[in-house]
Write a protein that binds this ligand. Structure first.
Ligand SMILES: NC(=O)c1ccc[n+]([C@@H]2O[C@H](COP(=O)([O-])OP(=O)(O)OC[C@H]3O[C@@H](n4cnc5c(N)ncnc54)[C@H](OP(=O)(O)O)[C@@H]3O)[C@@H](O)[C@H]2O)c1
Length: 257
């Protein structure tokens, strides 16, 4: 039995994608629109959102900065005025700087925690009361396989994504009995401007379009943990179960760092 209500028919579903101006969010917007959904697009830069929405009739722009709780409330209210309800919100906004221990600064730490972790918490605070009032709908948080275990370059970023996984588990425990779906999405490497900063080889690299299709497949199966590609994500999950002596040895060996 699936852990969440299965999302299979997208016709006229009302979907809010936050972090949709580029990368995985933009590809997911196109895929869900193709399947018949109404899609609201959020991100900081309206021009990027406009570019994603160009030529698509059922798309709507709602510029927002996830680090500002008042932005979440304003956009939620605008959306409810227009749609009277929300079927799915996907939180994709993310910030990443590859960081080794000796490169850590308070500013970089704060930026990634603000966007990746507090952004998700502010968004949930704005939306959970609405989903409870509806007794339905779903919330999906985009974390990362980088959150499953420490890896060189993932300092701060990996910690925020580990926290998002934890936050999603607890949201699930509180909300699924109220009929609300909770999903956590853990991609491996996807070729976007975020990973374009990486100077190391990225195994099992996907296109944003491939990632979007795998996310839609996870929704259709009602999965809680939508992780992919499996040839990359399953070995990582298993590695995270190893005793530390073995895990640290493997992490050094695989990354060469
Ligand atoms: N690419 C990968 O390999 C990979 C792997 C695992 C997980 N992820 C996660 O997947 C999500 C999407 O990443 P991506 O690779 O598609 O990156 P991306 O192409 O850089 O897209 C990130 C999106 O987040 C938005 N954003 C950033 N800061 C924001 C803020 N403060 N408020 C509102 N929107 C903000 C950006 O738009 P604006 O700049 O216009 O605001 C952009 O649309 C992220 O959470 C990322 O951590 C990515």
């Amino acid at each position: 039995m699936s852990l969440n209500p299965r999302l299979q028919d997208w016709h006229n579903r009302r979907v809010w994608l936050v972090g949709a101006g580029h990368g995985i969010g933009a590809a997911l917007a196109h895929e869900l629109h193709r399947l018949g959904a109404w899609v609201a697009l959020s991100g900081r830069h309206e021009a990027a959102l406009r570019e994603v929405a160009r030529g698509h009739e059922r798309m709507w722009l709602l510029p927002l900065d996830v680090t500002r709780p008042e932005d979440w409330q304003r956009c939620r209210d605008q959306l409810l005025q227009q749609w009277q309800g929300i079927d799915l919100v996907v939180m994709l906004a993310g910030d990443y700087t590859p960081l080794r221990a000796w490169q850590l600064t308070p500013e970089l730490a704060r930026r990634m925690v603000d966007v990746n972790l507090l952004g998700v918490m502010y968004g949930s605070a704005a939306l959970v009361p609405q989903l409870l009032a509806q007794s339905g709908g779903a919330i999906a948080l985009v974390a990362s396989a980088a959150g499953w275990g420490g890896m060189p370059n993932g300092l701060v970023y990996g910690a925020t994504k580990a926290a998002v996984n934890h936050f999603a588990q607890t949201l699930y425990l509180d909300l699924h009995r109220h009929g609300i779906g909770v999903h956590v999405i853990n991609p491996g490497f996807v070729a976007t401007r975020l990973t374009a900063q990486n100077e190391f080889a990225m195994p099992a690299l996907l296109t944003p379009e491939e990632a979007a299709q795998l996310i839609v497949r996870g929704f259709a199966r009602g999965e809680f943990d939508i992780h992919f590609p499996k040839r990359f994500s399953w070995p990582l999950k298993l590695a995270a179960l190893l005793p530390y002596r073995l895990y640290f040895w493997l992490a050094h060996k695989v990354t060469g760092l």
